[in-house]
Design a protein around this ligand. Structure first.
Ligand code: BGC
Length: 544
């Protein structure tokens, strides 16, 4: 494709831009200036986002595969003989036949490892860049898949899960941030959701593999294929201009910015990044800054809350344990795996809806509508199981179809709302200086809650029976009210203008930007003063 070299003048969004196209082809034919920045999605940005999102594919694969293998007889016989015999005892209580702490540890150990890994990755990616962190994530995934494929006992199996957890931590900590940094503001939401889309593709592929293949080794070892793909492709992607400039590689950062924008005129965006990185580089202790500077509290509180809520929708109960749940209701092994695969298709297709609506409808409305729809799903499923599924019976064919339909409604609502938006909102609300640290808190809380759900669900199902679904329904009600009252809309706002345009405009959060008055505020003002002096000192020595 020849270079389309032409000079253009564009107006709009508060800026005027005269640009010479040097890149290959733009994905979007309408080229616009957004807030004075050249704004379109080039093939380079699109390709880099898709490649990075392969990390999401691996995340999804691991989520989807655990549910399938934990319901496979061969797997249970080899690693969890007690669960195997309990499952086949006719008089075992429906709700309790899979309840086993070790079985849950198999699923959940990955998420504990991921918390430690994302903490390390939050420093590593700041020092060594997003690209290398993504490469390393694929290496961890690859090792984990190989170890799991060759596992001879439960110990080795858990070691493999821990490697996968490190891959997950490095990937989840870096990929959504990387995409938000390279994406033009106008398309940030849609591009970022590619990560979630590939999570759902991963879950679906895992569901289908579980359905067609009954050998747990291939199911677990299968993760090596996308891991290898990510490893090879990670050498093709660029590093994000912000990360390059933050590490003192200004010229490389400028050239990368030109490459990914497909134009030579990137001075304004480049200057913005340089300014933001200079401020960021002067903040020596981002975690302290996050806690001591009240301006960081609104995005911190909201991102953490969104991730707790995301997990307490109950989505991972379906993702991890759908086959187990369907068997609990009396489905046969194959029917349970097929139903899980159906939820996988629904999950994947529904995510596409949010790619196209998030930058139009906005984050808030998708979150509110999503929570209400999921609330309906949980209540109906809980109600049906309460009436129809007692300790030892199986539900009728007709009823089981209704349950599958409402589970699909629930999954679909999660997929166009809380699933993708959890990652998106947390990656776009922090200023650069606390972006890595703040985002870590969101990822860590997500992994912790995923761990809690994975580790306790089977036990809770055994003791709470169908009331468990109403437990999640109560969370959904709380999150609807919280988002409606507490979350400002971030659609279309430049990443570095969030404080001004979102948080400071919000009826509640704006007080965190007011002048200091009380005791704590005085301490905080002192901290700000010390920081000022430090900034002053640093600005006298040249920034690398
Ligand atoms: C969540 C996962 C969930 C997946 C389902 C992600 O956004 O973080 O916990 O399993 O969506 O699609």
């Amino acid at each position: 494709m020849p270079d389309a070299a032409f000079a253009d003048s564009f107006h709009g969004g508060g800026g005027h831009l005269s640009s010479k196209i040097t890149g290959k082809v733009a994905l979007c034919t309408s080229i616009a200036s957004f807030g004075g920045f050249f704004s379109r999605v080039t093939w380079k940005v699109f390709l880099c986002s898709v490649i990075a999102s392969l990390g999401g594919l691996l995340f999804g694969y691991d989520i989807g595969i655990s549910g399938g293998v934990t319901s496979m007889d061969d797997f249970l016989m080899k690693f969890f003989p007690r669960v195997y015999s309990k499952k086949h005892q006719a008089k075992e209580n429906n709700y309790c036949k899979f309840n086993d702490a070790y079985l849950q540890l198999f699923t959940s150990s990955l998420y504990l490892a991921a918390i430690a890994a994302s903490f390390v990755a939050s420093f590593f990616s700041r020092k060594c860049g997003r690209k290398l962190t993504i490469t390393l994530s694929s290496v961890f995934f690859l090792i984990g898949a190989i170890v799991n494929f060759s596992a001879k006992n439960l110990g080795v199996l858990i070691v493999g899960r821990i490697f996968l957890g490190w891959g997950l931590g490095f990937g989840n900590q870096t990929i959504p941030l990387f995409i938000s940094e390279i994406a033009p503001a106008e398309y940030r939401g849609g591009l970022n959701i590619l990560f979630q889309l590939l999570i759902t593709v991963g879950i679906l592929v895992a569901n289908l593999i579980n359905y067609w293949n009954s050998d747990w080794r291939y199911s677990l070892g299968g993760a090596a294929v996308p891991a290898l793909l990510l490893l090879v492709c990670s050498f093709i992607i660029v590093d994000s201009p912000s990360s390059l400039i933050e590490r003192g590689k200004k010229e490389e950062g400028l050239n990368t910015l030109k490459k990914i924008r497909g134009v030579d005129d990137v001075e304004r965006e480049f200057e913005e990044i340089v300014q933001a990185t200079e401020v960021a580089n002067r903040v020596k202790h981002p975690y302290l800054e996050l806690l001591m500077n009240r301006n960081n509290w609104p995005p911190l509180f909201s991102s953490v809350a969104i991730h707790i809520f995301q997990q307490f929708t109950g989505m991972n109960v379906i993702m991890f344990y759908a086959p187990v749940l369907f068997q609990t209701m009396g489905f046969g092994g194959k029917a349970a795996l097929l139903s899980a695969a159906i939820t996988g298709v629904v999950n994947c297709l529904s995510t596409v809806v949010s790619i196209f609506s998030v930058d139009k409808v906005g984050r808030r409305w998708l979150l509110v509508a999503g929570a209400l729809t999921m609330l309906l799903g949980q209540c109906v499923v809980g109600g049906i199981l309460h009436v129809k599924l007692k300790s030892t019976n199986a539900v009728s064919h007709g009823i089981s179809i209704v349950v599958v339909i409402f589970i699909c409604l629930f999954v679909s609502a999660f997929a166009w709302s809380w699933g993708p938006l959890g990652w998106l909102v947390a990656s776009e609300t922090f200023p650069l200086e606390t972006r890595n640290a703040g985002y870590f808190c969101a990822v860590a809380i997500n992994m912790l809650c995923t761990f809690i759900i994975a580790q306790t669900f089977l036990t809770m199902l055994c003791s709470m029976h169908s009331s468990l679904f109403f437990f999640f329904a109560a969370w959904l009600l709380a999150m609807t009210v919280s988002v409606y009252t507490m979350l400002p809309e971030t659609k279309g706002i430049l990443i570095d203008e969030m404080a001004e345009k979102a948080w400071k405009q919000h009826w509640f959060w704006k007080r965190f930007y007011h002048k200091a008055t009380g005791n704590f505020e005085q301490m905080e003002a002192k901290y700000a003063q010390t920081k000022e002096v430090e900034l002053e000192k640093n600005s006298q020595s040249p920034v690398a």
